[in-house]
Design a protein around this ligand. Structure first.
Ligand code: NOJ
Length: 570
């Protein structure tokens, strides 16, 4: 497979707000491509697939943890923050990945689970053996398991307490996630110093950003619930100040699975910023809810909420990632409805969520996949794709936990889906062989050969998005419509006089979640007389009426991206 490079935006490398325009792609090293036939993906394999990612239009890779680890939590259980897991390659190969990505104008964002370590980490081993030694106070130890009663358990499927007894030190240690992942003690200045050093280590190697895993949970307190405690925000400000001072242009991304008013806190303020980006956890499940309920009102409500955020802040929008589709940010009533629609087999559930991939969730419906992606690429914020979703890869719910959707990338219809030439029994996880999603039909090679494939469709939408800076830089304003199944918003960008020469633009985005065709009237007060042009084919639509409304007919689960104003440049 050979790929020709798409047109790059000029001067991306000089843009300090590059992350606002970027299309991100989450890729687990283990899952993408195995270059040495040992059954596990590696850096050399990922490097060999950069051409594919560039062809797709990806600007930045988010790479989940690849550090030394016993891999009991997909690598989020780190045994050493500064080295690379040997089965993934060497530090030199990681550096080569950074260089080769940069040559393609592509950024590398790594993932840093700073809240906790593996119990195999040297710090923990020393801490349990020598309470008076230099690491004695690195973890949260207690003589009882009764401290912090207000702190909830996150992994409800596997844990029944946030405390575990250590027979060596004969004390309890606190753990927010699995019991083999003790929480670090951020009250200890040496832990904070060690954390800043890890950030420096990777930034010195040239990474463009860091996803801060589980960021709300750094500090605990007796009174609080241990999520976004004031001290956590203070420390984040410190990390950000160091990055701005020593590594300008690099970004910090918050993983905070919280309500909007709490997530925005992780952006900090204009004067005292924290993270540049934060994942939009509240919007994501509402997209799935709208698809089945045919009702857009919850999406309308969440998107209409306004929050003051610093000018450099940006959302990370996503449909799926390496975790379960979390349902923590919806009401109990909505959660039960979503379990009924999307996780009718109890095997599909995990913790407070659903452990399935995008295409199986949407029943492999092309219309739904297109609608969901059209939203992903036009909402306010930068889109994050999950590897394999661009070809509609399936999952394997007979695998444990979140491994269900971490199976090898499907490149070809050949052995091991072209992921590896190892003995199939040696793969880190089996390739998907289910009837509907068998790798012999769902793979990159087959989809490249079909001009109407999902892969080609996704690539096209990405390129249309990139041709309109409004999507990355503009504001979003939800519009009133007369149909409960329809979501409409305008993205507006006043233009800028930067080196990019971006001109002002207004784009009207309309989505129908109805399972049959509908007609809707949209309130476009202020745009009276403006003409609408389709961003994909350029076709002219009726102008907005003198009464400030526009009536549109939408096919089943259809959508429009319409330029409002004069005819767009050819
Ligand atoms: C969040 C990560 O996304 C998830 O995969 C992991 O299990 C937890 N943090 C604990 O590290």
């Amino acid at each position: 497979m050979t790929f020709t490079a798409p047109i790059q935006l000029p001067g991306l490398a000089l843009d300090t707000q590059w992350y606002k325009r970027a299309v991100f792609y989450e890729v687990m090293v283990r899952s993408f491509y195995d270059s040495n036939a040992d059954g596990s993906g590696d850096f050399a394999g990922l490097i060999s697939k950069l051409d594919y990612l560039q062809w797709l239009g990806i600007d930045a890779l988010w790479i989940p943890p690849f550090y030394n680890s016993p891999l009991r939590d997909g690598g989020y259980d780190v045994a050493d923050f500064s080295s690379v897991l040997p089965e993934f390659g060497t530090l030199d190969e990681f550096k080569e990945l950074v260089t080769k990505a940069h040559e393609r104008n592509m950024r590398i964002v790594i993932d840093y689970p700073l809240n906790h370590t593996s119990d195999q980490h040297e710090w923990f081993q020393q801490s349990r053996q020598d309470p008076e030694g230099p690491y004695g106070d690195f973890y949260v130890w207690s003589d009882t398991d009764e401290k912090y009663p207000n702190i909830r358990i996150i992994f409800v499927d596997t844990e029944d307490s946030n405390w575990a007894f250590d027979p060596v030190r004969r004390q309890y240690y606190f753990h927010r996630f699995f019991s083999h992942q003790p929480d670090l003690n951020f009250e200890n200045p040496a832990v904070r110093e060690a954390t800043l050093n890890v950030v420096r280590h990777w930034m010195d190697l040239g990474v463009d950003g860091i996803r801060l895993d589980a960021i709300p949970y750094l500090f605990e307190s007796e009174e609080g619930n241990g999520e976004g405690e004031p001290k956590t925000h203070e420390f984040l400000k410190e990390i950000r100040a160091m990055v701005d001072r020593d590594y300008p242009g690099r970004v910090l991304i918050a993983e905070a699975n919280q309500w909007p008013s709490e997530v925005v806190e992780f952006f900090g303020t204009e004067d005292e910023p924290e993270c540049h980006m934060a994942f939009d956890f509240p919007v994501m499940p509402r997209i799935f809810y709208a698809l089945r309920s045919q009702n857009a009102s919850e999406l309308v409500r969440v998107l209409s909420e306004t929050h003051e955020v610093p000018s450099a802040a940006a959302w990370g929008v996503f449909l799926r990632n390496h975790d379960e589709l979390t349902l923590e940010m919806v009401s109990e009533e909505y959660r039960q409805a979503m379990y009924g629609w999307y996780a009718y087999d109890p095997r599909m559930r995990s913790n407070v969520g659903i452990r399935r991939r995008l295409a199986p969730l949407l029943d492999n419906s092309r219309a739904e996949l297109e609608l969901a992606h059209a939203l992903l690429f036009s909402l306010e914020g930068s889109p994050f794709l999950y590897y394999g979703d661009e070809i509609g890869m399936g999952d394997n719910i007979w695998l444990p936990d979140r491994d269900a959707s971490r199976t090898p990338m499907q490149w070809t219809p050949d052995r091991n889906a072209g992921f590896s030439s190892a003995d199939p029994g040696k793969l880190y996880l089996p390739v998907v062989q289910s009837l509907a999603y068998n790798y012999t039909s769902i793979n990159v090679e087959a989809q490249l050969a079909q001009s109407r494939s999902l892969l080609n469709w996704v690539r096209n939408v990405i390129h249309v998005r990139k041709g309109h800076p409004t999507f990355g830089l503009g504001t979003l304003r939800v519009l009133e419509t007369n149909h409960e199944s329809v979501l409409a918003f305008v993205r507006e960008y006043p233009g800028s006089s930067t080196q990019f020469g971006d001109s002002a633009e207004t784009v009207l985005c309309v989505f129908s979640f109805a399972h049959s065709p509908v007609s809707a009237r949209i309130d476009l007060t202020g745009f009276e007389g403006a003409t609408a042009f389709d961003l994909f084919g350029g076709a002219e639509f009726p102008a907005v009426g003198a009464d400030g409304t526009l009536s549109l007919t939408l096919g089943t689960q259809g959508f429009y991206w319409l330029h409002l104003g004069d005819a767009p440049r050819a």
